[in-house]
Design a binder for this molecule. Structure first.
Ligand SMILES: Nc1ncnc2c1ncn2[C@@H]1O[C@H](COP(=O)(O)OP(=O)(O)O)[C@@H](O)[C@H]1O
Ligand SMILES: [Mg+2]
Length: 330
């Protein structure tokens, strides 16, 4: 049975529009004008227990808004969702005890105090029994390699170390569902990889169900097989990361090496993206690759050839771009 389920989940924000000039501002006192922002638009999906799924999308796509609804911080405008059998925005106490939300851009720990003080507070809030608290804390500080830092004021820690402390605080009550909103934002690549490794290991040990949002392809590639791609509030893809090529990459990259120089006329098979000495890179329509290769090999002596998918990063960037132009056209 699904542990997380969203059905037609939508959120429209009403944003107050400022009028221009003094007169406008005065009129605004009496007649407020609002603009509606459809942040999440009829999003539906289901997630099974133990899955680790990524929400991938550009800034402003609606990822955070979706997580906020799934954790009950805000109500949806329409649609429904169920997490662990609860309707999140009913804010059941039993629900609160079984999930955790970590936002990379927001601190939940006390800045001027050592993380261990915040951990103690969490222990009280969630009424975690002493023995369980100690063993979980030991396990987590060891896993994240921050045992020696818990007595140091949080503000003195590096961004990556702080993120680890946030994760520990969120995991102390052993939630079954973990929602992570941009957990690696602002981190350098080394710190990013450390957090990824910790998350992978924790997930393996505990089988916790995880949704992670990111606009970094790297996080997603490192952690999740399944991705939900969201642009402009709409879910445009739900499937394996590896399937994105088939769905969105219209072409393959064909690299040909000739014995002497690159012959003329190759542009009839696809777009030439690079020529260097006897090597040429061609972008060929996926369904014309076989035909094009046949024709080229027929007419020319080829020393070497390879056919590849374009880099996932590029494909995703294109999906994001399409979302943008759709919106502008509408
Ligand atoms: N509290 C809010 N009030 C009004 N508009 C909002 C609010 N929060 C987010 N938005 C708008 O909703 C859209 C989606 O935002 P968000 O969910 O934060 O996207 P993401 O997390 O994918 O970057 C954006 O256009 C954003 O400006
Ligand atoms: Mg966000």
């Amino acid at each position: 049975m699904a542990i997380i389920e969203a059905d037609g989940l939508s959120k429209t924000y009403r944003v107050f529009q400022k009028r221009e000039g003094v007169l406008g501002a005065l009129r605004g006192l009496f007649h407020r004008e609002y603009k509606e922002v459809r942040a999440v638009d009829r999003v539906s999906f289901t997630i099974e227990p133990g899955e680790m799924v990524a929400f991938l999308g550009p800034n402003g796509a609606g990822k955070t808004t979706t997580l906020k609804m799934l954790s009950g911080l805000i109500d949806p405008s329409s649609g429904s969702a169920s997490v662990l059998g609860f309707t999140p925005w009913k804010r059941d106490d039993a629900f609160r005890r079984r999930f955790a939300l970590v936002m990379g851009q927001k601190n939940q720990l006390w800045w001027d105090l050592p993380a261990s003080d915040s951990f103690m507070l969490h222990k009280e809030i969630y009424s975690i029994p002493e023995a369980q608290f100690q063993s979980t804390l030991d396990e987590l500080t060891e896993l994240l390699e921050v045992k020696h830092l818990t007595r140091q004021a949080v503000r003195e820690l590096s961004l990556g170390e702080r993120m680890k402390m946030e994760l520990i605080a969120a995991l102390l009550h052993q939630p079954s569902v973990l929602l992570l909103d941009e957990p690696t934002i602002g981190l350098d690549v080394v710190a990013q990889v450390r957090i990824q490794n910790c998350l992978r290991e924790y997930h393996k040990r505990r089988g916790v169900t995880v949704i992670l949002t990111s606009h970094y392809m790297r996080d997603v590639e490192a952690l999740c097989d399944r991705v939900l791609v969201i642009t402009r509030g709409k879910l445009v893809y739900d499937g394996l990361l590896s399937g994105i090529h088939d769905r969105f990459a219209g072409m393959k990259l064909v690299r040909l090496e000739f014995f002497e120089s690159v012959p003329e006329g190759l542009e009839r098979y696809g777009e030439i993206s690079r020529i260097e000495g006897p090597v040429v890179d061609l972008k060929v329509d996926r369904d014309r690759v076989a035909e094009a290769l046949g024709a080229i090999l027929d007419g020319h002596a080829v020393a070497d050839l390879s056919v590849q998918d374009p880099p996932l990063e590029q494909v995703i960037a294109r999906v994001f771009e399409e979302g943008r132009s759709d919106h502008e056209a509408a």
